[in-house]
Ligand binder design. Structure first.
Ligand code: CU
Length: 185
């Protein structure tokens, strides 16, 4: 029901507002109190104070909201395994990490067909990072041993090629050798 909160940038924005609004309420309440009720040793004339303070607070809040709204488009959309399973056309792959290699149930995928990676570690903390053939990281997962369920991540490959897999969590003496290759056709 609350899926929208973590599947796109607007959900993140809504959560941010949810946490910021109580803070803003108390902030304004305290400023108001200092300006009118409990002036204390303030030297500022109470006539001038509220207007400057009002402009200042409004500017800060407006800038804050504006920067957050403008950044929403840069948030990558999240696709959950449940969303993909409704669509029907997907490939499900089990990944088990152990010192110092991966057991991967299927290493060949198709361009455009979503792959659901169910990954887990059985001995220590390992990573499962997949690299685009041009060298940039597409995604990485941190696999913690002892989890009851495998961690799930959905990725749809858009280009054919050989995709390197590497462990990005230091896991012991052969950590650097913990690699694999996935093939997308
Ligand atoms: Cu490692």
């Amino acid at each position: 029901m609350l899926d929208f909160l973590y599947t796109n940038g607007w959900g993140a924005f809504a959560v941010m507002l949810f946490f910021q609004l109580p803070f803003l309420y108390f902030f304004i309440k305290i400023v108001y109190r200092k300006a009118y009720i409990d002036k204390g040793a303030s030297e500022t004339e109470s006539q001038k104070y509220p207007m400057m303070e009002g402009i200042w607070i409004t500017t800060v809040v407006a800038l804050f909201v504006l920067v957050n709204v403008l950044s929403v488009v840069y948030m990558p959309p999240v696709t959950t395994a449940a969303m993909i399973k409704q669509g029907g056309n997907f490939q499900e792959v089990d990944v088990t990490a152990r010192s110092w290699f991966y057991e991967i149930s299927e290493r060949e995928y198709e361009v455009g067909r979503p792959v659901i990676f169910n990954a887990k570690s059985i001995d220590t903390v390992h990573g499962f990072a997949v690299y685009h053939p041009d060298g940039r990281i597409l995604f990485t997962m941190m696999l913690v041993p002892g989890m009851e369920e495998a961690s799930t991540l959905v990725h749809t490959f858009t280009e054919a090629g050989n995709y390197k897999v590497r462990c990005l969590e230091y896991c012991g003496i052969v950590h650097h050798g913990m690699q694999d290759v996935l093939v997308v056709r």
